[in-house]
Write a protein that binds this ligand. Sequence first.
Ligand SMILES: [Zn+2]
Length: 426
Amino acid sequence: MPIIRDTEIEQLLRDYAAPILRAAGLAKQNVRVVVLNDRAFNAFVMDGRHIFINAGALFDARTPNEIIGVFAHETGHLAGGHLQRLREQLATAQTASVVALLAGVGAMVAGARSGGSSGNVGAAAIMAPQSAIQRSLLAYVRTQEDQADHAGVKFLSATGQSAKGMLDLFKRLTDESLFNSRYIDPYLQSHPMPPERVAALEELAKASPYFDRKDPPELQLRHDMMRAKLSGFLDRPDTVFRRYPLSDHSLPARYARAISTYRHGGLRDALPQIDGLIQAEPNNPYFYELKGQALLEGGRPGDAIAPLRHAVTLAHGAPLIDIMLGQALIATDNKKNADEAVPLLRNALAREPEAPEAYAQLAMAYGRKGDLAQADLAAAQAAFNRGDLMTARQLASRAKTRLPVGSPAWVQADDIVSVKPSKANK
Ligand SMILES: [Zn+2]
């Protein structure tokens, strides 16, 4: 599944989720929100450590409170330990449906032998047990949904927030699915919303003293900026300019258009738009990040360095922006810049150890410095993170021949060489 990594969006979603996770007693579990590059509306939990949310859900949610409501509901699943039990249930259901299918095939064969309206008998035999399993599974899922709704509203109330967003969103999703039977959001498939459930949620939500509480305007603006950014990066230019027409002078509209212009138009048209954003908010790190990214991708790494430095300073510790600055420094083909890039990337990797791009950049930086042993080791780590174990081992073995035996780097290389394939396939 393609993941979207972006400091601005991740920071906002952390701010949405953190109070809810604390209220649920899950603050210490280090639950991370992961954004998936998928336009359909969906959010789910799988392993107790992550809340997955589609870019489509972020884009469709009109207020912060709607996404906070989704997080509250998903946190309800986490806190209720629903995942493991649902998985067990599904495993049994699958076994049972295989048995049912075999029984159905048996009936079909028997029907064909006896002649007559055989096919239908077989089909009915297949249908009956499976629909019975589906009914019991659905009942089970509905119980969990009701529990997650209850828990979600509790977490929202405990943090002084309204459940109105959750309610509005669920109502909208069910209404849309009525009109659009051709396409059903995956969220509705995993979160069935019969009218009783929505009615029960409405009653719960309205009982809260915080029902009418609105999101603070500055949070709403950050939310709108996130939606604008997602649209600018993911939508086609004509879609972006229809959603955010030139007549719209709001900051989110200008953000979406500037991003779309740099992605699809040209640097020359995009730069004045980005500079206009910087002028409007001179302390917004993400506008400098955007400028640096546009210049870097437009083939002007030397010019990208200053805005990226500014973004790094304003963002107060954002490893993804550090990595981009490192990339710009290395792309300038200057040994002094490569010297600066090495500690920058090392520091970023200490906080983002799974970023394969950062190891590849680090390998290049060491290459520029002429440190071939460290270049091989970093390239081995990049390959390892990509899951390319064979290349990782080859590079690590070569690094070992160039490193002092027993040094920390040699030990790291040795670790990669001696990894068992099963352990690497995570
Ligand atoms: Zn649910």
